[in-house]
Structures are given as structure tokens and as C-alpha cells.
Design a protein around this ligand. Structure first.
Ligand SMILES: [Zn+2]
Ligand SMILES: [Zn+2]
Length: 257
């Protein structure tokens, strides 16, 4: 396989259909060296992994590690942007139990502030439905992304601009500066070719993930592949292309030699 790891996969704990073990088995079958289990963050309204069951997820990951030593299994979370000030649904005390952090914008989340529903979530939903955009909302969205990337050690920004209209070039600058990978998502792309070309020129690092919700889709990156070929993303700018990524949060924890 062209990619050596898939770092965005869901299980039945959050909108997925498989178990941790099934995701891991499929990753092995596809020849991956690494997989991350990244269920939806705690404050997604519909698909969140519940805090009360997270101990079970941890246990399943630990068991899978013992049973399948041939693959590196990361436990992560696909956290949600929850407030304009860059807040995400992860507490400082959650960090030790996680190996890495994915973060993305999702529309149905519990925000910290009532005002943020009116400033961010409702306008974004309105603009997605009506296919309109306003600079005021775009600036707020961009600001929210930038503050989140600055405030938290986000390893992967999942599906940038999905359901939200931000200035992805500014977001890309922050990702490059802080060492966050911009995801080429297996389910869809929300950046224009022109934006991608600019991001490539800036030296942004991407990562291709499946965002699999079914075990069979682990390692499925045909959509990212099509973009990589069409836009001409150099393989050295894809962090998991025939190599293993080095995650920002793990660099900080000094987990690499
Ligand atoms: Zn997502
Ligand atoms: Zn996802």
C-alpha cells in the first residue's frame, strides 16, 4: 500500500460499525504498519463516544496491541471545534490517555458558549444549505481554526473546510507553523484545486486517511489519490506516503528519537 498508516478511523463506539479489533484486523490485511482509532469527540451531539465507555475503548486497544504486535495501534479521538476561542472537546486531563489528536469541524456539537451557536454553528449551517458565503462568517471561522491549532497540539486537521467556509490558506500557514497535518480525507475533499496548489507551494504537509466508518474501508484512499494525482501533490508532502508521520503531540512528548 502507498500509505503506511491510516490515522482516522471510527468504531461502533461513535457512528462506525466495527470493533477496534475488526479495524485492526483489516489494517493488517491491507498491509498497514500503523492504525489509529479515532472516534468522535465527547461533545458531538449524535455520534460522540461517551466518556462512560471510553475505558472500554482503552481496554480494547490494549488487548489488540497484545494480540497484534505486528501493527502499531494508536488511540486517538476526532475532537470537535466547540467554540470561537479555539476550544475543543478535550480536557487537559484527557491527554495522557491518548496517543494522538485529530480535530475537525462538525456542525452538531455542544458549544461552550450560547453565543457561538449564533456566531458560528447556525450561520455555517445556513450557508451550507443556501450555498452562500459571507466574509464576516468566513473570518470568524478562520479565526476559530487558527486559535484551535495554536492552543492545542492537534496532530491532524480532519477534512478541512467540511461544512465550514474558512480561509484554508491562513489555516494552512498555522498548520505548517505548528506542525499539524492537513488531511486528505477518504470521504471527501472540501478545498479547491487552487487552494491545494497554494498550500503545496507553501510547503504544507498533508496526510491521507480513510475516515472509515466500516472496517472494510480501512486504508481506502481512492478519493485522496485522485486529488494527489490531479493536483500533483508531491509524495514528500504526504506524511504517511511510504513513510510514517511524526505527530506534533508526540514530538512534544519526546516520543521519537
Ligand atoms: Zn469528521
Ligand atoms: Zn471522522
Amino acid at each position: 500500500m502507498a500509505i503506511w498508516g491510516d490515522y482516522h478511523t471510527h468504531t461502533r463506539y461513535s457512528h462506525g460499525t466495527g470493533t477496534v479489533e475488526q479495524n485492526v484486523q483489516e489494517a493488517i490485511k491491507k498491509g498497514l504498519k500503523e492504525i489509529a482509532i479515532t472516534d468522535h469527540g465527547f461533545r458531538h451531539v449524535m455520534f460522540n463516544v461517551r466518556r462512560s465507555v471510553f475505558d472500554k475503548v482503552i481496554k480494547e486497544v490494549e488487548e489488540a496491541r497484545k494480540k497484534y504486535p505486528q501493527i502499531n495501534i494508536y488511540l486517538g479521538l476526532e475532537t470537535n471545534l466547540v467554540s470561537r476561542n479555539g476550544g475543543i472537546d478535550l480536557m487537559e486531563s484527557d491527554l495522557p490517555m491518548l496517543d494522538m489528536v485529530v480535530c475537525g469541524y462538525h456542525k452538531l456539537v455542544k458549544s461552550d458558549f450560547f453565543a457561538d451557536y449564533w456566531k458560528i454553528f447556525i450561520p455555517n449551517m445556513f450557508e451550507s444549505i443556501t450555498k452562500t458565503s459571507s466574509l464576516r462568517v468566513k473570518n470568524r471561522n478562520t479565526d476559530m481554526y487558527l486559535r484551535a491549532i495554536e492552543r492545542h497540539d492537534i496532530d491532524i486537521l480532519s477534512h478541512p473546510n467540511n461544512g465550514i467556509n474558512a480561509d484554508v490558506i491562513e489555516v494552512g500557514k498555522a498548520c505548517k507553523y505548528y506542525g499539524t497535518y492537513m488531511e486528505l480525507n477518504g470521504k471527501g475533499n472540501y478545498m479547491t484545486d487552487k487552494e491545494l496548489e497554494t498550500l503545496i507551494g507553501m510547503g504544507v504537509q498533508f496526510i491521507a486517511d480513510s475516515d472509515a466508518h466500516e472496517p472494510e474501508r480501512i486504508g481506502e484512499i481512492s478519493k485522496p489519490l485522485e486529488i494527489i494525482e490531479r493536483v500533483g501533490i508531491p509524495y514528500e508532502q504526504i506524511a504517511n506516503w511510504e513513510k510514517l508521520p511524526k505527530f506534533r503531540s508526540r514530538i512534544k512528548k519526546k516520543l521519537y528519537e
